[in-house]
Design a protein around this ligand. Sequence first.
Ligand SMILES: [Zn+2]
Ligand SMILES: [Zn+2]
Length: 441
Amino acid sequence: MPIRALRPVLFAGAAVLLACASSAQAGDVARQRAEIDAGLDRGYAHLDALYKDIHQHPELGFQETETAAKLAKEMRALGFQVTEHVGKTGIVAIYKNGPGPTVMVRTELDALPMEEKTGLPYASHAVTTWNGRPSPVAHSCGHDIHMAAWVGAAQALVAMKSQWRGTLMFIGQPSEETVGGAKAMIADGLFTRFPKPDIGFAQHVSNLAAGSVAYMPGVESSNSNELNITFHGRGSHGSRPQESIDPVMEAARFVVDVQSVISREKDPAAFGVITVGAIQSGSAGNIIPDTAVLHGTIRTYDNAVRDKMLAGIPRTAKAVADMAGAPAPDVDLAEGGKAVVNDAAITARTAPVFKAAFGDHAIAMTAPNSASEDYSEFIIAGVPSLFFALGGYDPKVIAEARAKGQPLPTNHSPYFAPLPEPTIRTGVEAMTLAVLNVVGS
Ligand SMILES: [Zn+2]
Ligand SMILES: [Zn+2]
């Protein structure tokens, strides 16, 4: 994506120029940060209680009714106009403060179907129903941190409303983990029933050091797709292959041949992975089975590379079946998250603000995250955005783990345990400063 130093953002018939990096005044940022901090000193206990309440009462995607209701209550108390049940369980909170750009700030609402093993005093012991069975549920991706910081940023922006003009559009998105919530909100009129945002922001906690933020222009996270293929054959006695169509042979050929989509069809310099992680077929050595089922995952950064892989995989599967004289295989490459592509101009405008606020703890990322995120749906729908990472781990814990050569728990680990206060505070500061930097004055 080309860097655009001056990019017009239209709102209400007027135009705001996104200024170049030099417009960020370090003194202004320091003063704003001090004001946000003073508000946090008075209000942090409330955010802490909200965080721990949400942490102990996690809900899975499209079931986040209690979570959404808690956030709706917070935002109404701040003077936002709140609409609930947008995209099933999502919420939209609007705060109008004169003419100016509309800025979207997104948090996710959902947790994961897994057991928390952190041993923290506020650990989740919740159990819910997942795919028809009882399942533990926990905020092991840290979306509860995002919710607390989202409310905290709204509080700070309302408290500082004399310093900016525009419209805040704070959204609580359901079901990020199943990669369905952003699409559900858009399909339910997120950008037609409500103002279309000029700019969007979101943040995600990680196991970087607490107090740090990390950002990069362009591709920030990966595309993901599932791979589910069933090869059909004709079962027979193991000694009579001439009467069979062998699906194990089809599967074996496919697993090898599909890697030529990676090695021959995409640019070798472009990131792309096809992994077949599970093969299920047959029951005994002397029986040729009649089906073989493969499960895998596909990861890319670039949408064009992804499209090549999504075209090459079914073509390879069909060719393999044709070679065996077998019926066409069933191929399901269910969509996961599309790559988040950060807007170059917004990143360039926000980076000096983060540098001014956080110094060496503002980190320019040099490589995208290999995880996936459906925030990309909002960007694809036309909201230029910055999606940045938020550190959540005690630097001492990081140093100890490094010294022992042990990996830190990542998001989705049952041991993932961001430190609440420094993380939420930094999340509030970073998001509030990012928004103040793009609204009108
Ligand atoms: Zn996650
Ligand atoms: Zn997440």
